[in-house]
Design a protein around this ligand. Structure first.
Ligand code: MG
Length: 266
């Protein structure tokens, strides 16, 4: 590894672990790395509504440079649909969308879709008859998954979680993912860890040290997969995490991608 002055081990008992200015430069830059990047809260700041995020002007170039430094082994791994990521970045990066239900195995390749379980149709019907989709509680229909957002009305968290648990209790082909101010139902067997494992089986990702950077509970599977494969996870912001490393915010992720671009060997 290069550029390692100190390991920013994710130890909350260490003074200053959250805000130490050394964290970014202390993050290791492996010689042959594969980068897996969550989108919301990692590459862009979270907004009240999913369509409200703004992309920093330099971000696409930053991603292009980091991908090049990783020999093309960079993928965005998000709960969003890949087409949304494309709209934001204007860059057809390798990607896993909807927590792995969609996959683009290499930059510019076709998007492959896992078939949605029939139970999603049943849940859609139940949600369309639910009187809770009002005010700040909104449904996002992703086709193969259904997400209920309550960021615009956080006080209704318990109501949303209880309703979704009830609606899916007799639908064993679905499981719920609890993210930041969102509950999402999708088919079992797909998560960010499975997405990482799938990428690591083929070029340009194979035989590289995987790095997974994410901010949310759904990213923990991706971090765990990266760490099981000899790499490491990077948690963005506060909150419990299995990640070996932590950075404070989106700006620190951008700084790491910049350092990675200059320091990594493709
Ligand atoms: Mg996120």
């Amino acid at each position: 590894m290069t550029g390692v002055s100190a390991w920013s081990r994710n130890d909350p008992t260490r003074a200053g672990y959250r805000h130490g200015p050394c964290l970014v430069t202390a993050l290791p830059i492996p010689e042959r790395a594969a980068l897996f990047l969550d989108f919301d809260g990692t590459l862009v700041d979270i907004a009240d509504r999913p369509d409200g995020v703004s992309v920093a002007p330099g971000l696409p170039d930053l991603i292009r440079a980091a991908s090049s430094a990783a020999g093309g082994a960079l993928a965005v791994v998000s709960g969003r649909k890949i087409m949304e990521i494309d709209d934001f970045l204007a860059l057809p990066v390798a990607a896993a969308g909807m927590h792995g239900l969609e996959r683009r195995s290499a930059p510019g390749a076709d998007i492959e879709f896992a078939p949605p379980p029939d139970a999603i149709d049943e849940l859609r019907q139940r949600l369309s008859a639910w009187d809770g989709l009002t005010g700040g509680v909104t449904m996002e229909d992703k086709g193969a998954g259904l997400a209920i957002h309550y960021r615009a009305d956080p006080a209704r968290e318990t109501e949303v979680k209880t309703a979704m648990a009830g609606f899916t209790a007799d639908l064993p082909d679905l499981h719920l993912i609890h993210g930041k101010m969102v509950v999402e139902a999708k088919g079992t067997g797909f998560d960010k860890g499975a997405a990482v494992d799938a990428f690591l089986t083929h070029p340009p990702f194979v035989d590289r040290t995987p790095i997974f950077i994410g901010d949310d509970t759904t990213d923990e599977d991706g971090m765990r997969a990266a760490q099981s494969a000899g790499g490491f996870g990077v948690k963005v912001g506060d909150g419990p995490s299995c990640a070996f490393h932590r950075v404070p915010d989106v700006a620190a992720v951008h700084a790491y991608l910049d350092a990675f671009s200059k320091g990594a060997r493709p």
